[in-house]
Design a protein around this ligand. Structure first.
Ligand SMILES: Cc1cc2nc3c(=O)[nH]c(=O)nc-3n(C[C@H](O)[C@H](O)[C@H](O)COP(=O)(O)OP(=O)(O)OC[C@H]3O[C@@H](n4cnc5c(N)ncnc54)[C@H](O)[C@@H]3O)c2cc1C
Ligand SMILES: NC(=O)c1ccc[n+]([C@@H]2O[C@H](COP(=O)([O-])OP(=O)(O)OC[C@H]3O[C@@H](n4cnc5c(N)ncnc54)[C@H](O)[C@@H]3O)[C@@H](O)[C@H]2O)c1
Length: 517
C-alpha cells in the first residue's frame, strides 16, 4: 500500500468506504444472482443481417430492406429505437431500458461487449481473451426475445427519411459495400466509440500495433512471440537481437502505462523462467510527449508510477515525441533540446490517444454548420446531437466536458435509458419530436466520477477515489487487490467474473502463455 500524504489508516478507511459505496445498497450476492437464471437459459440464436431481414420483414416491426427504398415505420404502435454499437454506452442502455416499450434494434460490427479495463492484460496472457468478451446475444437473451441484433456497421444516414445504411465488415474490418442494407429508425442512439489516433504520424498505421480492440491484443501477442522466437536464433547479430528484444510503447496515458506494466510482468514472472538468456536482454521503453506520464492523474500517483517504472527497469522517455515510425526504427524528438534520435525497435505499441470513429464524422458532415468539432459529435446536456432531431450520442464518439471513459459512457447510457423509460411511461413515444420531449421531462445529464484506477505492473496499482468532497490517492499491492476486486465486480456477468478469476488462478499456478496460432 502506498498511503501518500494522507495517513495510511485514513486512506485505507477511505478505500473500504469506496468498496462499500461502489457495491451500494444491493448485496453482491443478490445482484450477481440476478444473472443466474440467464446462465441456465439457452441463448437464443438469430439469423444475421440480410438473411434475418427477409424473414423478419414480413411479420416484424423492424424493417430492413435490401432495396434502396426504405419502408416507413408504423409498427405495433411502438417506436423503433436503434442503438449503434455494443460498447459501454449502448450496452448499458440495452441492460436498463424498458424494452417492451420500443422496437429495439442493435447494430454493431462487434457481436460482443468488451471489458476494456482488462484488455492490456490479454496482450500477455494474464487474462484470456474470451473471458472479457460478453456475447451480445447473451445480453439480449436476458432482456427480451424481441430485440434484434445485426452484425454490421452503420456507414451512412439520411436524416430526412430517418434511414440508416448498414454494411457488413470485410476481414480487415472495412465496410463490405456489396452487403449494403437500409433500415429505418424513429429514435437513434449513436454509441460508436473511438478508435486509435495516429495524428498523421508517418509509418504508424503500417508498422505499429494498437490497443483498442481484442484483435489488437492478439496482434500484439503474436508480435511479441515472433520477436522472442526470432531473437533465439544463434545466427543473428547481437545488434539485431537487441533490436528484436526492444519493446516500445508510445503514449504515457493509462493505456500505455497499463500495457507497459503487463509487459514487465510477462518478462519478470514468465520469460525469465522459460527463456532466461533472452529475458535479461528484453528492454521496455515508454515514450511520452509530455513531461510526465498519466497527465490526468494526481501528481503523487504520477511520481509514484514513474518511480516504480524506474525500479522495475521500464525506461521512461518523457518530453519526447515520436515523429516517424519505420519498419525497424522510430524517430523521436526531444522537446527540450529539439534533437532527433533514431531508435531501433522490435515491437511498437501505439497508445497515443483516440479519436471518434468514422460514422460520427459522417453524421457531423450532414450538419457542418453546427457540428464544427473535428474531435467528434457535439452533444448538449441531454445527450442530443446538436443540429439533428431524435438523435442522441454518448461515449467516446462525442465531444463534451467529460473525458472518454467507460464510466462516463455507462452513466450516459443509464441516464438515456431512464429518459426513454420516462418517455414511455408518459405514453408519449408517439410524440413528433422525441428529442425535445426528453429535454422537457428530464433533468440534464451530470457525470459523477467514481474515481480512477490503473494497474502499473509488479502487482501494484494506483487509485484516485472520491471521498466526500475530496479525493484520496493510494498505490501499491493492496490497491492492486482492490483493482482486481473492482474488475471482478464490474465485469458484465457471472460467467465473465468466474472466467477471469479462473484465469488469474491459472496464471498464479502455471504462469502465462503468449502462444498464438
Ligand atoms: C485498453 C483500454 C483500457 C481502458 N480502461 C478503462 C478503465 O479502466 N476505466 C475507464 O473508465 N475507461 C477505460 N477505457 C476507456 C473505455 O474503454 C472507453 O471510454 C469506452 O469503451 C467508451 O465506450 P463507448 O460505448 O463510447 O465505445 P466503445 O466501448 O468503444 O464501443 C463502441 C461500439 O461501437 C461499435 N461500432 C463502431 N463503429 C460502428 C458503426 N459504424 N456502426 C455501429 N457500431 C459501430 C464498436 O464495434 C463497439 O461495439 C479503456 C480503454 C482502453 C482502450
Ligand atoms: N485505467 C483507466 O482508467 C484507463 C485505462 C485506459 C484508458 N483510459 C481512458 O481512455 C482514454 C484513452 O486513453 P489513452 O491512454 O489511450 O490515451 P490518452 O490520450 O490518455 O494518452 C495518450 C498519451 O500519448 C501521448 N502522445 C500523443 N502523441 C504522442 C507522440 N507522437 N509521441 C509520444 N507521446 C504521444 C499524449 O501526450 C498522451 O499523454 C482516456 O480517457 C483514458 O483516461 C482509462
Amino acid at each position: 500500500m502506498f498511503p501518500l500524504s494522507k495517513s495510511g489508516p485514513i486512506a485505507q478507511r477511505g478505500l473500504q468506504t469506496v468498496i462499500r459505496t461502489s457495491i451500494g445498497s444491493r448485496s453482491f450476492h443478490a445482484a450477481k444472482k440476478a444473472h443466474l437464471p440467464s446462465l441456465l437459459a439457452r441463448p437464443r440464436t438469430y439469423a444475421t443481417s440480410t438473411h434475418a431481414t427477409s424473414t423478419a420483414a414480413a411479420a416484424d416491426p423492424i424493417v430492413l430492406t435490401e432495396s434502396r427504398k426504405a419502408t416507413p415505420n408504423v409498427h405495433n404502435g411502438k417506436k423503433t429505437l436503434v442503438l449503434l454499437g455494443t460498447g459501454w454506452g449502448s450496452t448499458t442502455i440495452l441492460k436498463t431500458l424498458d424494452t417492451s416499450k420500443y422496437n429495439v434494434v442493435v447494430i454493431s460490427p462487434r457481436n460482443y461487449f468488451l471489458f476494456t479495463p482488462l484488455l492490456p492484460s490479454c496482450t500477455v496472457g494474464t487474462t484470456e481473451s474470451r473471458s472479457i468478451m460478453e456475447p451480445i446475444r447473451h445480453i439480449i437473451g436476458r432482456r427480451s426475445k424481441d430485440i434484434r441484433f445485426y452484425e454490421a456497421q452503420c456507414t451512412d444516414i439520411d436524416m430526412s427519411k430517418k434511414e440508416l445504411v448498414l454494411e457488413q465488415s470485410t476481414a480487415d474490418g472495412a465496410p463490405d459495400q456489396g452487403t449494403s442494407t437500409r433500415i429505418n429508425y424513429d429514435y437513434l442512439v449513436v454509441g460508436v466509440g473511438g478508435t486509435y489516433n495516429t495524428f498523421g504520424t508517418p509509418g504508424v498505421e503500417k508498422h505499429a500495433c494498437f490497443l483498442k480492440e481484442m484483435g489488437d491484443a492478439s496482434k500484439i501477442r503474436r508480435r511479441l512471440k515472433d520477436a522472442i522466437e526470432k531473437a533465439s536464433f544463434a545466427n543473428i547479430s547481437d545488434a539485431e537481437r537487441d533490436r528484436l528484444l526492444h519493446m516500445v510503447v508510445v503514449g504515457g496515458g493509462p493505456t500505455g502505462v497499463e500495457f507497459a506494466g503487463e509487459l514487465h510482468d510477462l518478462i519478470a514472472e514468465d520469460l525469465r523462467r522459460w527463456v532466461p538468456e533472452l529475458a535479461s536482454k528484453i528492454r521496455i521503453t515508454l515514450v511520452e510527449a509530455l513531461p510526465n506520464v498519466l497527465p490526468s492523474f494526481d501528481k503523487k500517483l504520477v511520481f509514484y508510477t514513474e518511480r516504480m517504472f524506474k525500479k522495475i527497469g521500464i525506461n521512461l522517455l518523457t518530453g519526447t515525441t515520436v515523429q516517424k515510425v519505420d519498419e525497424k526504427t522510430l524517430t523521436v524528438r526531444n522537446a527540450a533540446t529539439g534533437s532527433e534520435t533514431e531508435i531501433p525497435y522490435g515491437t511498437i505499441v501505439w497508445a497515443a490517444g483516440i479519436r471518434a470513429r468514422q460514422f460520427a464524422h459522417t453524421l457531423r458532415a450532414k450538419v457542418p454548420d453546427v457540428q464544427t468539432s473535428g474531435r467528434g459529435l457535439i452533444i448538449d446536456d441531454y445527450l442530443r446531437v446538436q443540429g439533428t432531431e431524435d438523435i442522441w450520442a454518448l461515449g467516446d464518439c462525442t465531444v463534451s466536458k467529460n473525458a472518454p471513459l467507460a464510466q462516463v459512457a455507462s452513466q450516459q447510457g443509464k441516464w438515456l435509458s431512464k429518459a426513454f423509460n420516462h418517455m414511455a411511461l408518459d405514453g408519449n413515444t408517439d410524440a413528433v419530436n422525441g428529442s425535445s420531449l426528453i429535454a422537457t421531462k428530464t433533468k440534464p445529464f451530470v457525470y459523477s466520477s467514481n474515481g480512477s484506477l490503473a494497474y502499473i505492473g509488479g502487482e501494484k496499482a494506483i487509485a484516485e477515489l472520491p471521498f466526500f468532497n475530496k479525493s484520496i490517492v493510494a498505490g501499491g499491492p493492496l490497491t492492486s487487490v482492490f483493482w482486481k476486486a473492482y474488475c471482478l465486480w464490474e465485469l458484465s456477468s457471472v460467467r465473465s467474473s468466474l472466467s477471469v478469476a479462473t484465469d488469474w488462478v491459472k496464471r498464479a499456478m502455471f504462469g502465462r502463455t503468449i502462444s498464438v496460432d
